[in-house]
Design a binder for this molecule. Sequence first.
Ligand SMILES: [Zn+2]
Length: 427
Amino acid sequence: MSPNTSILFTNVRVFDSTGSEPFDGEVLVRGERIAEVRRGSGDLPRDGVRVIDGRGQFLMSGLCDAHTHFSWIDSADLPGLGRLGVEEHTLLSAKSALTYLNCGYTMCVGAAAAKPRLDVVIRNAINDGLIPGPRYLANCQEIAVTGGELVDGITAFADGPEEMRKQVRRNVAYGADLVKLSMSGEEITGNKHAEDNYFSDEEVLAATTEAHRRGLRVCTHARSAESVKMSLRNDVDIVYHASFIDDEGMDMLEAKKDEVFVAPGLNWLVATLHDAAGFGYPPEAAEAAGYKHELECAIAGLQEMRRRGIRVLPGGDYGFAWTPHGTYARDLQHFVDLLGYTPMETLLAATKLGGEIMRMPDELGQIRPGFLADMILVDGDPLQDITVLQNRDNISAIMKGGSFHKDPDGSGLGRTSSLTERPVIVS
Ligand SMILES: [Zn+2]
């Protein structure tokens, strides 16, 4: 598609992610950006413009997943990812990127890659137009201290401030946008508990200082109360999980709410409790391991974060066996059903806050003139029923940067014919 192409969406309900109620209107796209947004119809030029009749459908920003693992491939064998050939792994990661875009996700934040360069290579290939995928912030392998790794074979190690600096410098050299520190445990490991703390303040501060000096941000796997506070004390930018945050941590978080983002990855807890039986992890085992207790604590903490206006984003840990790719919008339902967010608040968290966490708050996540034209047309009203976004067939058009990935005229998914989402068996 030529960058000069103009496309006019008419007869759409515009959800612009400014906080306003949706309105009937028109949106004109010129090149890769939104040129005009108007209430009503008939105002905007039609000469030389492709006009799309939205038939009253819901036009909104593309969605953001704030905790993405392209290189997880729907397997329960995470250590196996370390043994998977890099060539196969690259292709499967490309498939994950495609699946995100097919589901209406145009923004993703990498929360660790299983091999050092996978995320960077996929991000670059997307940006170069080689493969379809969302806009992406790339990570490298998550960094653990000796004995603190959650998954052997896909982790980088560093002990002490000097080694932390060195690992961060590796991320810089690889071209990553982010650094991930694995600061607490995870019950499913059996011996690394969610309330364990593996890092020292000196190590975290060395990582954040070095990362920030080079323009990277730091995110943390932080389930325990102490790991959340250690993250906040030492200038971490994105806190993942935060399940066991305590009162002191909540106050620290509130004091930094304009700087820090939280992404709980709630579906991991929900699915591990309810959907893992078919993979040999029945609800009784998950509950005995502590996941029910963790989910209850996480919900209480996240409800308090909502009350305090802390920026909490949906997304997280899809690509595991019982959290397969393509089910990303379950997170949005959890915000409504478990956390007490209104559907409006949930959509804002998935769009406007997405633009903010991508560090493009004036270009992504809203439908306003001058913003990049990353939009989805939804056959259904997510404000009435947030679950409509879980079925990708309800997303009748997907546009990224002014080009259709999924064209509303029914010509199917744009440049995706050579890549399918069929499950791939890797031995
Ligand atoms: Zn994760």
